[in-house]
Write a protein that binds this ligand. Sequence first.
Ligand code: CAA
Length: 388
Amino acid sequence: MDYQLTEEQLAVQAAAREFAQKELLPGVIDRDRNMRYPREEVRKMAELGFLGMMVSPEYGGGGMDTMSYVVAMEEISKVDSSCSVIMSVNNSLVCHGIEKYGNEAQKQKYLPLLASGEWIGSFCLSEPGSGSDATHQSTQALPEGGHYLLNGTKNWITNGGTSSLHIVMAQSHPEQGHHGINAFLVETSWSGVQVGAKEDKLGIRASDTHTIMYSDVKVPAENRIGKEGAGFSFAMRILDGGRIGIASQALGIAAGAYELALNYAQEREAFGKPIANHQAIAFKLANMATEIDAARLLVYRAAQLKDKGLDYSMAASMAKLFASDVAMRHTVEAVQIHGGYGYVKEYHVERLMRDAKITQIYEGTSEIQRLVIARHILKGQLYPPVFF
Ligand code: CAA
């Protein structure tokens, strides 16, 4: 494992930090309050190449590694997690899913559109009756001649109101259980795709989360990803990578709150000195720094395993589990350090606290991450590799 970021990774980190501070920070409170989708900000993210960072240049992407992606995600999440989840779903669930498991025609048709940000993608697995228990898909895509007929409802779909392409998991052969599930590329302009109302959420309020209804949508057979029945294993493999993205989002939220709390604690005086010089606050900062750094190492390790082509499923779940708990714990502490100021919108930490919660829920709850980790342990993998 290499702790030293390369020059390219450092440049990406600096560019993401500058973008977040200059372009995202000014309107972030307003977008959160009004649930306003960051259309212009997403366009700028696309211009800077943040929406297709890991896509090969031959398909119009940045050709960067996962390490570059996670350092960019951290910087953007320090300021605006609504923007970083849009970026994360497009990069690690949709683009990576197509590039890794799609055929050449699918890559050529869809990746340039997604990598350039002309199109945004969504990943449609969760259903009203199936979140953690993802093998039980009620959405059906039954084969009929040269196409599949897609019917059903998906919910909590990130980018749901703005995306042009969905990756939809649906049951094609109910008698085969999860081996009958397929993954499809569904264009949202097709007849029968209907977008439900935007969710009014606790956090990541500017991101665009919807229920989606599919009613007799004709999906051409050539839009199935992989071979017949490979959809569930595809979804699991893609979520392993997605969890690295959400772990880096959680890391950024925690680090953003820590930086704000540190600045505040050095400026704010009480009992004749900066509150940072009171042990009650200094110890909180020490805990924050230690746990955020530990989360960062887990995120970097998972990213590097992926970049080296090694198994990263356990490492990704550990990174997400730990980083999301750190984000929740330390955004609460950041509010506490700010006292009454932390409880109002102007100081940003209350938003970070609300945004942190979703990282313990989406792309697999913390309970599912523990399940995944425990299954690796019981299969004989005590830990992911540290030296590789
Ligand atoms: N890689 C490849 N295959 C995998 C896998 C992985 N990481 N994990 C499981 N599988 C395979 C298993 O090998 C098994 O295949 P076989 O039957 O051929 O052996 C199959 O998948 C079923 O696995 P299990 O028997 O372990 O099934 P289970 O029901 O006991 O557990 C689960 C499955 C781990 C709980 C899974 O359902 C899961 O991860 N649930 C959480 C779903 C989730 O993360 N949803 C997030 C929604 S997407 C989102 O949030 C996007 C957004 O917009 C932000």
